[in-house]
Design a protein around this ligand. Structure first.
Ligand code: FMN
Length: 301
């Protein structure tokens, strides 16, 4: 079966795959541009994009903004104006400035999770940029859509659902992410999709729903689509790509983690923990102290 393109307002991705944002230099213009060039949606992470700038330590904020703007423009260029987004976690300091930076540098969309992006409609007002929250429960999207309709008379342009296999910062307890059977979560996905779709008619627009977490191959994609999703988000899958600076570390950690039993190949590498910290140290410039300050944040994800 041929995959249907993903349409978000006036944006069209030929292939309904969004590459998940991966912080601290893992998804920058190289990956995002390549994914978008192939017809998917490439996503740059706003989590310390300037980590490799010469003045990162002294001027962290400025370095991050400069790098983010440059990476957005570069990704648009690499992809011949493909669909490029930015993942901005709600927990980030200078959230509003990151949103502004995305708009000013021509990003097509913003995906925002690790909390509820309650102010996002206000921050993007007047721009063409599309936006989506990342949610893991029906309750979360209900809270957001109720708030946004009441306060701004709007809802988001699309919604990203991240399930227990997406790892880390989603509000699942360690117990909830144990084991291999997450089929119960399929029902939650269906409930979220039904809820989101009920806003399409009143708001006169399609609101695509994207499912992420543990999506690795075509059968995972087909499964998500069979639940009613319009596309998928994939992140870990891209970490082992030939062009990725961190690929050896990821490959090694997935295998090692698998042996230790805390990271299944079918689950996100994010859960492997050590994979990410080592990944930071594998950069061209090794800045242990700067990296050390990032590790607590990674741990919290
Ligand atoms: C190395 C790595 C870094 C990530 N960084 C971020 C991030 O900066 N912001 C965010 O919202 N999610 C982040 N994520 C989560 C991904 O965007 C994605 O939603 C999730 O990993 C999907 O599951 P998958 O990896 O099984 O495909 C990260 C994931 C990985 C593996």
């Amino acid at each position: 079966m041929k995959l249907k393109p993903l349409q978000i307002g006036n944006l069209v991705a030929r292939i309904p795959i969004i590459q998940g944002g991966m912080g601290i230099g893992i998804s920058l213009s190289g990956l995002a541009g390549a994914v978008a060039k192939e017809g998917g949606v490439g996503v740059i992470s706003a989590a310390q994009p300037g980590f490799n700038e010469p003045d990162f330590r002294e001027n962290t904020q400025e370095a991050n903004m400069r790098a983010l703007g440059r990476e957005i423009r570069k990704a648009k260029e690499i992809s011949n104006n493909g669909v490029i987004g930015v993942n901005i976690m709600c927990a980030l300091r200078h959230y509003k400035e990151y949103v502004r930076c995305c708009i000013e540098n021509g990003a097509d969309l913003i995906i925002s999770g690790a909390g509820l992006p309650t102010l996002l409609p206000e921050l993007v007002q007047g721009s063409k940029i599309k936006f989506a929250p990342i949610v893991s429960s029906l309750k979360a999207i209900q809270v957001l859509f109720k708030l946004w309709t009441r306060r701004y008379h709007t809802v988001s342009d699309f919604v990203v659902i991240e399930g227990p296999m997406a790892g880390g910062h989603l509000g699942f307890s360690p117990e909830e992410v144990q084991g291999d059977d997450f089929s119960d979560y399929d029902e939650e996905i269906k409930r979220i999709i039904a809820y989101v779709k009920s806003f399409e008619e009143p708001f006169g627009k399609q609101i695509p729903v994207i499912v992420g977490g543990g999506v690795y191959d075509r059968s995972d994609i087909d499964h998500a689509l069979s639940l009613g999703a319009d596309g998928v988000q994939m992140a870990t899958r891209f970490c082992c790509d030939r062009g990725m600076r961190c690929r050896h570390i990821f490959q090694a950690n997935v295998c090692r983690g698998k042996k230790r039993g805390y990271c299944h190949c079918k689950k996100s590498c994010w859960n492997a923990g050590t994979g990410n910290s080592e990944c930071l140290y594998s950069g061209e410039r090794n800045r242990p102290s700067a990296c050390n300050t990032l590790l607590p944040m990674l741990g919290a994800l």
